[in-house]
Ligand binder design. Structure first.
Ligand code: M6R
Length: 369
């Protein structure tokens, strides 16, 4: 059942190309790039007229929500707020009838997220679910939704669910952006074609060379006590997610930061004992600034891991390790750049002899409050 892998987590990381194809099947036309989402049809008109969208989730699903905020605001031009479901439900939020609440949950059973649905509905808001488990409580209680179709996720550390959630949010954004008029159908289709290529790009990245390199990196850093992950734009949530993965399964303390925030505090932590993983795609509009951030870390003897575009050797001299990732639009890169970080956490936890699929103190779904 683990498909020949030693852990569900590794199986679930490696099957991401296939499950993303499943997620797009019947929704994204691979010839035209046009996206159609049946489960959203009844809600589309109300969605496009939303005054504001609020996205709620917990843990990894909250990280996916942050990517969604970036996508929806940039491409569909609707203001978005992201909240932890637990905060949203308890703080008497000000909600209007023309607000739309999107909830994201792999299991569809997380207690705080389910309660966020109830709060939203009590205020008369349209509530849309992005859920993996068909027929789960959240799927049943929301007005409309998108299923991930990525198959069951068994490993407690969420991997393919994050990538699937970002894929669902990407398709959602393209449909919404056309409906609001922020994108022409042609422009949306062009981005759709870009999305269609993501699974092949991931498959290409997951070759033996990449796996060996990440394993080697994991062996080098297995005794570290702290890690820092930095990224900006859609790669900021990827940094948060990379840090969460490492904490959960290897019990190493890690923090994710928006790259430019480093100089406002965390830079004080950097010394030779502190690996810093920096997401630095060249397509980044402020790539040069991110690069100078790398130089600052190196100047303080920090050991730097760079995740960057294929063929970019700009940072080879500064970094201890460089992982090259296939190039895609900056909107969608989270689905690719997140994967080396999943693998890094996996291999470090494996070297440390941790119970990877069932980490201590954690349950797969948090149905208590
Ligand atoms: O099933 P959900 O997506 O609602 O779960 C939310 C979080 O509990 C979950 O993402 C958790 O943070 C994972 N263990 C992360 O790997």
């Amino acid at each position: 059942e683990k498909g020949g892998y030693r852990h569900f987590m590794l199986k679930e990381i490696m099957e991401q190309p296939r499950v993303l194809r499943d997620c797009m099947r019947g929704r994204l036309d691979p010839l035209s790039g046009k996206v159609t989402l049946g489960g959203l049809m009844p809600a589309l008109d109300r969605l496009a007229k939303a005054r504001r969208i609020i996205i709620c989730g917990c843990g990894t699903s909250w990280h996916a929500a942050l990517v969604g905020e970036y996508l929806i605001e940039t491409l569909a031009k609707i203001p978005v707020e992201v909240e932890y479901a637990s905060e949203f439900r308890y703080r008497n939020p000000v909600l209007f009838k023309d607000d739309v609440v999107i909830v994201i949950s792999q299991s569809g059973e997380t207690a705080d997220t389910l309660e966020a649905v109830r709060v939203a509905k009590k205020h008369g808001c349209l509530c849309v679910g992005i859920v993996n488990i068909v027929g789960s409580s959240i799927a049943r209680e929301t007005d409309a939704g998108i299923y991930l179709h990525i198959g069951p996720e068994i490993g407690v550390a969420s991997t393919k669910a994050f990538t699937g959630q970002v894929m669902a949010l990407s398709m959602f954004t393209l449909v919404l952006a056309v409906q609001t008029g922020a994108l022409l159908q042609d422009e949306a289709n062009r981005l759709g074609l870009e999305l269609a290529e993501i699974p092949d790009k991931i498959a290409r990245m997951l070759n033996e060379d990449t796996l060996n390199k990440i394993q080697n990196m994991a062996s080098t850093y297995r005794y570290a006590h702290n890690f820092l992950y930095l990224g900006r734009g859609t790669n900021f949530p990827v940094a948060l997610e990379g840090a969460l993965k490492l904490k959960e399964i290897s019990y190493i303390h890690a923090e994710g930061y928006a790259a430019a925030e480093m100089k406002h505090g965390p830079i004080a932590l950097i010394d030779e004992m502190m690996p810093v993983v920096i997401l630095a795609p060249k397509s980044d509009v402020i790539y040069e600034k991110v690069k100078s951030g790398v130089q600052e870390v190196v100047a303080r003897k920090g050991s730097v891991v760079i995740i960057t575009d294929e063929g970019n050797h700009d940072l080879d001299d500064l970094a201890e390790f460089v992982i090259e990732t296939p190039i895609t639009s900056e909107y969608f890169s989270a689905m690719i750049t997140g994967i080396p970080l999943q693998l890094l956490a996996y291999y470090i936890a494996d070297y440390r002899g941790c119970e990877i699929d069932t980490p201590r103190n954690l349950a797969k779904s948090v149905t208590v409050e």
